[in-house]
Design a protein around this ligand. Structure first.
Ligand code: ATP
Ligand code: MG
Length: 364
């Protein structure tokens, strides 16, 4: 799977960019603030329709403009032409000139996994990031999962809206009218997350062994659903608390993924270095899992981290990069220094980024 062409209009600091990409390693070099990460962000947004920087799409519009456009050609078994326009007033997505109205009809055309310094939030941040980590893997394995998430989200929002206001005036029948849909989609989401875990946990444990080689600790990932047995019964039991808190207090939107090293919770007990290794191991597991399911690796987007990693952790990532290269996939990396790139078995393609992209001639 790869991206053969990228077109940007009014995206971040790019008024206009048209570029073709070969398979292999691409390294974006350039001074700070020139637009290296913005290119990775655009590729990720083309794959997932959102930014990886944890910001809304409005932020990606070039200052003073109404909307941004990202166009691309994705090549897997066949070529797909994707066009994505986003403005607060209008969103347009098309695949091979046909408009797409359901995200699930689009997801999977381009699969990408990003490695960046914010990955540490997977370990240190709130549970939302860990749910998103699981759901993103599931959505990239089965677009139908995205439909369930959307149905759940809609039911949850309607149910919560029905609980607002003076508790004495809440229409109980209205609240309960959303419960069946919440339970039905919620159970499917919990089932999918639970089914994903054993294999993902095993892959993450192996990845941690390589990342923190010789440390001797074992990484455990465990699914922690907020519903313990029966969603319907537990919702009924939580109705008193709901009346008080005015929103749905249990369900997949409250699940977490427990991370532990030798059974001790990572967030509370692990050192900074261990936390970082856990975050990288989780990302490596994501790539390996998707590669196994689809038979080809996703596009890897690596923002800045290579230069900051020590040799051990870099050595854990390198086989992943080599594997992507061997299957004629792509790796896009940003960096300000290229001192580690000789560790790659094949020479990368270097680009200079300065509010535009230009290829660096390997002979210069
Ligand atoms: N919405 C926007 N409109 C116009 N310019 C923007 C927008 N958002 C960010 N920028 C500009 O984009 C530039 C940052 O781009 P980017 O984050 O890609 O830099 P970088 O090359 O990755 O830098 P670093 O090496 O520091 O990570 C900044 O100059 C910033 O002002
Ligand atoms: Mg950057």
């Amino acid at each position: 799977m790869r991206l053969t062409q990228l077109r940007l209009r009014q995206f971040r600091n790019y008024e206009r960019l048209d570029v073709q990409f070969d398979p292999g390693f691409h390294i974006f070099m350039g001074r700070n603030g020139r637009g290296k990460t913005n290119i990775l962000e655009a590729i990720y947004a083309l794959a997932t329709l959102r930014s990886f920087r944890g910001v809304g799409s409005t932020q990606m519009i070039r200052h003073g403009q109404k909307g941004f456009f990202i166009g691309g050609q994705a090549l897997s078994r066949e070529t797909h032409e994707v066009k994505y326009y986003w403005s607060p007033r209008e969103k347009k997505l098309s695949l091979n000139q046909t408009p797409i109205f359901k995200v699930s009809d689009y997801f999977g055309v381009l699969r990408a996994v990003v490695f960046c310094s914010d990955d540490l939030l997977l370990v240190k941040g709130p549970s939302k990031g860990r749910r998103r980590y699981l759901d993103y893997i599931l959505a990239q394995c089965s677009p139908a999962f995205l439909n369930e998430l959307q149905i759940y989200q809609r039911a949850l929002m309607s149910r919560n809206a029905a609980m607002k206001g003076d508790p004495r005036l809440v229409d109980e029948r209205l609240v309960e009218s959303f419960t069946p849909s919440l339970v039905k989609s919620g159970e499917k989401i919990m089932e999918a997350r639970a089914r994903l875990l054993p294999e993902l946990a095993k892959t993450a444990m192996e990845a941690y062994e390589t990342v923190a080689s010789g440390s001797g600790e074992a990484l455990q990932l465990a699914y922690q659903p907020s519903v313990k047995e029966d969603f319907t019964i537990e919702l009924r039991k939580s109705r008193e608390r709901e009346r008080f808190q005015k929103h749905t207090v249990i369900g997949p939107h409250r699940d977490d993924l427990k991370l532990a090293l030798d059974e001790k919770p990572v967030a509370q007990f692990a050192s900074e270095g261990q936390k970082r290794s856990v975050a990288i191991a989780m990302k490596i597991a994501q790539v390996k899992f998707l590669t196994k399911v689809h038979g080809v690796p996703p596009i890897l987007l690596i923002d800045d981290i290579m230069g900051e990693l020590d040799a051990h952790r870099r050595a854990a990532l390198l086989p992943l990069l080599e594997n992507t290269h061997q299957s004629r996939g792509q790796v896009f990396m940003t960096c300000t220094e290229k001192n580690w790139t000789q560790e790659l078995s094949r020479s990368p393609l270097f680009w200079t980024v300065n509010e535009g992209l230009s290829k660096i001639d390997p002979d210069t």
